[in-house]
Ligand binder design. Structure first.
Ligand code: ATP
Length: 380
């Protein structure tokens, strides 16, 4: 049979996998990335990256285009060689292990299916390559197709399927051998929003079912927040912060993470004094407010992050409120999106949920903006 394939396919599980390796859902591998560096000429694409991934964890690499996400994934997969540092899987260095012996499942943005094979043949391909018996392979393929809601499509050709269905086939093929590690590089970016959201949930459920370690690459912050146990935010070849999604969103370590993940209001303020666990701060407009004090703070000037949904607008002034003028107000269905301008010229974005009787404030009208003490996060 002639294989026609746009992209290389890696056989999940490796050629020396045994059937009893794949007959049960097991816990994934632990991965240690230690000071890993990759250079292209003088350009450093991965800069002394350190990341510990727990067995069975779902970790997402999130960052803007060119931040080094695919480079790191390729180093782990074995498509690229590291120039410095070490990658260990379950404690064993893997630098000298060839791609096909690493036994990882992989999914790419381009589905990379064999166009001249049916869905079932595509999914069974890694098992055939591993020499697994027909009976075992058939059983596992049927089980995996059912998991991915593809049972009715087993006999179809890829050309008869939508993009979302083809990506499901590619995912099914990547997990059919129950690899201990699954690497996914922007697998959903070619799909429309609705489909993306539904496959995100499927991947999340799949991860829970098979228990493998998942490393997922995306530049879509909502995808990362939805799916991950932890997110590693990357910029310029480095990991800037690794944390649980809610920590990344609520307590970003710097302006870059605050700005990249979610919408943010960054308010410049000066420290007036410390009051126990809080800082008393003064805005450029001369208004004071309190925020929880960070562990360390250097200098007198700080930036305070307040997420748009934490801001409160009122007609009347209140304690620690700041007067502002409405710049724009939009009704977006379930939320209202309102921009207000402070006397300092700073613009703040406010998002509030729609409720009965609520009216949009008129552009140009005066309002008072405030937030609770624990809603501000002082950035280091
Ligand atoms: P995207 O989201 O756009 O895929 P990314 O975060 O995955 O971006 P990488 O593909 O890892 O980024 O690329 C990181 C940097 O390394 C980029 O500046 C890219 O141009 C550079 N780079 C990647 N591969 C090569 C290569 N083979 N030769 C030279 N430079 C490369």
């Amino acid at each position: 049979m002639t294989l026609k394939l746009a992209d290389p396919v890696v056989v999940p599980g490796g050629a020396d996998a045994r059937c009893d390796d794949v007959s049960r859902a097991g816990i994934g591998s632990g991965i240690t990335i230690e000071n890993v560096t990759k250079r292209y000429g003088a350009f450093v694409a991965a800069d002394r990256i350190c990341l510990d991934i727990q067995p069975g964890e779902f970790v997402t690499l999130l960052g803007p285009s060119g931040s080094g996400k695919t480079t790191l994934l390729n180093l782990l997969a074995g498509f690229q060689r590291v120039d410095g540092g070490e990658i260990r899987v379950d404690g064993k260095p893997i630098q000298n292990v060839p791609v096909h012996k690493r036994g990882f499942g992989m999914v790419f943005q381009s589905y990379a299916l064999f166009p001249n094979m049916t869905v079932a043949q595509n999914v069974s391909f890694p098992m055939r390559m591993a020499g697994i018996s027909r009976a075992d392979s058939d059983r596992r393929v049927a089980e995996t197709l059912e998991m991915m809601q593809l049972s009715d499509s087993a006999a179809k050709m890829p050309s008869e399927m939508s993009g979302g269905q083809q990506q499901r086939v590619a995912i099914a093929r990547s997990i059919v051998m129950r690899p201990k590690v699954v690497l996914m590089d922007e697998p959903l970016s070619a799909l429309d929003r609705r489909l993306r959201e539904s496959i995100q949930m499927e991947i999340r459920d799949l991860h829970r079912t098979i228990g493998s370690t998942f490393l997922f690459v995306t530049h879509d912050q909502s995808e990362a927040l939805t799916m991950s146990d932890r997110i590693a935010v990357m910029d310029a070849g480095r990991i800037i912060q690794v944390d649980r999604p809610e920590t990344i969103y609520r307590q970003p370590c710097n302006r870059f993470v605050a700005g990249f993940v979610g919408e943010s209001n960054l308010i410049d303020a000066e420290i007036v004094r410390r009051e126990g666990a809080a800082l008393v701060l003064r805005t450029k407009t001369g208004h004071t407010f309190r925020s929880p004090a960070p562990e360390e703070v250097s200098g007198r000037n700080v930036t305070v992050l307040v997420r748009p949904e934490r801001l409160i607008l009122s007609d009347m002034p209140g304690q620690e409120s700041i007067p502002a003028r409405v710049k724009s107000a939009l009704f977006l269905g379930e939320i209202l999106r309102i921009e207000v301008t402070l006397d300092s010229g700073e613009t703040l974005l406010v998002r509030c949920s729609d409720s009965a009787g609520q009216t949009l404030p008129a552009p140009g009208s005066m309002v008072h903006v405030s937030w609770g003490m624990s809603d501000g996060w002082v950035l280091a």
